[in-house]
Design a protein around this ligand. Structure first.
Ligand SMILES: Cc1cc2nc3c(=O)[nH]c(=O)nc-3n(C[C@H](O)[C@H](O)[C@H](O)COP(=O)(O)OP(=O)(O)OC[C@H]3O[C@@H](n4cnc5c(N)ncnc54)[C@H](O)[C@@H]3O)c2cc1C
Length: 390
């Protein structure tokens, strides 16, 4: 990786959007299509985004980042998606370092953050989900057992995205057995140096998925992690991870808005130019209305993303808004994706139009990083006060 200093993108979100759009113009549909076909990692794109400082946008200036807020980060990711690209290759770096920033010691922050901000180290991997636990994070079985000045980690993670392209991983493991009365206690967060651990207690196996996502499963077999790499207090890890959830939801929602805007622009252009029965298909209300409906849904979702980001940046509670933003935006992007295929007829299925690729990519956000049902359960039970279902 190169180590050129991040060029702080500045405070003005419109200028940030322009700069990201200009960068993305160097990575057209053909670039993403080729990678998709080969299920290859967009290394050049991630390098360009890193060198421009965008992946360090939330890192405070004192550690070499741009010290921007979540609204700016959301604008960056939305622009990538709106250009036809896919920031899933690197988006986690923007928000998972928040755990280190908020809960790491001064020594840990000084040791890691400047190198992450410079692009010398990638912190792209986030190991939470496990095959037998699923959405119930308190049921994870990966353990970290203290032995003197280090921990010994055993277990397995699944869907750990970008692990093969990351130097570091934020890992959630059990440091105490699950207690039924306090299920979310007894888990801890560690910073794992993945590169050094490969073949020495860590094995990574890629999972081929319906879209190009560089996701993996990871096996831990007596991996040694220095006790100095424990983030915050032992046993409080779940709380630290939860702290970062609102940021993650707002940023993924912004990506969905970007996707929706890409689909709507693509469909509108096509509906104006494709002539069937002697007139543009977009002259038929049967073609116009789904585009208009998708547009209304995406603009409403964008407002909720803006609202959630403003609350987050003001340090106000935003759980309700961040969850609604993610729900509405993921629904809007999926609605727009389906509409775009329909507007294009047969050509919606042709690889060279990029629609089928973006369709596959945006489908993910109904499931990950949090599934629609779990957001609905949060709204029903934590916001509206309905009885708990789990
Ligand atoms: C491509 C991809 C990348 C990912 N990247 C990462 C990553 O980098 N790091 C990481 O830690 N994880 C990652 N994940 C995991 C992702 O967060 C989980 O897949 C997601 O949270 C759902 O968990 P699950 O797949 O175990 O589904 P399950 O928990 O098995 O749930 C299956 C279905 O049942 C529903 N369901 C479960 N319980 C309830 C309930 N009580 N009420 C209503 N519905 C319920 C869910 O909504 C879901 O639709 C990734 C997943 C994918 C597919």
């Amino acid at each position: 990786m190169t180590s050129s200093p991040p060029a702080a993108p500045g405070d003005d979100i419109a200028a940030i959007r322009q700069a990201v759009a200009a960068l993305c113009a160097h990575f057209p549909g053909e670039y993403w299509r080729t990678l998709d076909r080969e299920r290859a990692y967009p290394g050049d794109f991630v390098r360009a985004l890193t060198e421009a400082g965008f992946l360090a946008c939330l890192v405070p200036e004192a550690y070499g980042g741009s010290g921007l807020g979540i609204a700016a980060a959301a604008a960056i990711l939305e622009e990538v998606q709106k250009s036809g690209g896919n920031s899933a290759a690197c988006h986690a770096q923007i928000y998972i370092m928040g755990t280190l920033l908020r809960h790491g010691s001064a020594a840990q922050k000084a040791a890691w953050l400047p190198r992450i901000a410079k692009g010398e180290l990638r912190l792209q991997a986030f190991g939470v989900t496990e095959p037998s636990a699923g959405t119930d994070t308190s049921a994870i079985r990966t353990t970290a057992t203290r032995q003197g000045d280090h921990y010994v980690v055993n277990g397995q993670k699944v869907w750990t995205s970008r692990a093969e392209h990351s130097d570091l991983m934020l890992l959630l493991a059990r440091t105490a057995p699950r207690d039924e009365r306090r299920r979310t206690e007894g888990m801890s967060v560690f910073l794992v140096e993945l590169r050094a651990a490969l073949g020495k207690g860590v094995a990574i196996r890629p999972i081929r998925t319906m879209m190009n996502h560089a996701t993996t499963e990871i096996f831990f077999d007596d991996l040694t992690v220095p006790a100095a790499n424990l983030i915050g207090e032992e046993g409080k890890g779940f709380r630290y991870i939860l702290d970062g959830m609102n940021a993650e939801r707002i940023l993924i929602a912004a990506e969905c808005v970007g996707d929706a805007r890409w689909f709507i622009a693509k469909a509108s252009d096509y509906a104006k130019s494709r002539v069937v029965f002697g007139r543009p298909i977009g002259q038929n209300q049967g073609v116009q209305f789904p585009i208009a409906r998708a547009f209304a849904a995406s603009e409403a979702a964008a407002l909720m993303v803006e609202r959630a980001a403003a609350l987050y940046d003001a340090g106000e509670p935003c759980g309700k808004e961040a969850n609604m933003a993610k729900l509405l935006a993921a629904d809007a992007s999926w609605q727009a994706a389906d509409m775009c295929v329909q507007t294009h007829g047969g050509f919606g299925f042709a690889e060279e139009y990029d629609i089928e690729r973006k369709f596959r990519e945006t489908r993910l956000y109904q499931v990950a990083p949090v599934s629609t049902n779990l957001i609905l359960a949060y709204l029903a039970e934590h916001v509206l006060g309905l009885p708990r279902s789990y």
